[in-house]
Design a protein around this ligand. Sequence first.
Ligand code: PEP
Length: 249
Amino acid sequence: MRRTLIAGNWKMNGSFSANHTLLTGIIAGLPANDAVDVLICAPAPYLTQCAEVLGDSRVAWGGQDVSAHTHGAFTGEVSAGMLADCLCKYVIVGHSERRAYHAESSELVAQKVLQALAQNLIPVVCVGETLEQRENGATNIVVAEQLQAVLDVLSADQLINIVLAYEPVWAIGTGKTATPQMAQDVHAFLRSQLAVKNAEAANAVQILYGGSMKPENAKELLAMADIDGGLIGGAALKAMDFLAIISAC
Ligand code: PEP
C-alpha cells in the first residue's frame, strides 16, 4: 500500500515573513490524522527557517535542486551534503524549469539523483513532455527516455529510494491540467518502466502528478490508481489551497 505524498514546490517565491505566515498556517490546519505525507520544497536560503518552524511537525522539507558535485568550485550550487545539513528529507531533481532554463540533460539529472541518494535524501525525479511532444504522440517516448537515464545509474535496490513526479510541461503554471485518465495512463506506463528494473520496488514507488493541481481538481486526480500524490506549485503558496489539497486525499 503506497502512502500519499503532497509536496509543495515554492519555486523562487517567499520571504522570511511570508514564509512564517504560510508555514505556521499549514501546521495549524493539518488534518489530525497522519494518513498523508506532506513536504515543502523551499528556496535554499529558507531551508533552515523550514527546519526551525516545521521541526516539531510532521511536515518534511526539501530542496528544489541539488548539485551533481559533492563540493568545490561550483559557484552558486548547493550540494546534497548542504541540504542534509539543513535537515532536508527530499530534493526535487530534474524539474522541467531546470531542464528548460538551465539546459539540464537527463544524464545530469541522473548524477544529481546519485548525489541525493548518497546523502540519504529522497530525490523527487521529475519527468514530463512538452505540448508539442504530446501532440506528436511522443509522450511515452519522452518520459521513458528521461526516466531511463536515471534507471541506468541506479541499482535495482536503490529504486525503492526515489519518488517520481509526472509533470506535463504544458500543464505547469498554465492552469491547464491533464485529465485524471491522461495522467493515470502516463503514471501506469512509468510504473511499467520501473518494473523492468525491479517489479517489487515499482509497486512501492510513489508517483506524483504535477501540473496545475489545485483544490478543485485534486480529488479526481488523486483517486486514480497510480497517482500517489501531487507536486504542487502555485497552489502551495496559499495555506488554504495547500491544506485543501491535503484534505482531498
Ligand atoms: C510545479 O512547479 O512543479 C508545478 C506543478 O507547478 P503548478 O502547480 O503551478 O503548475
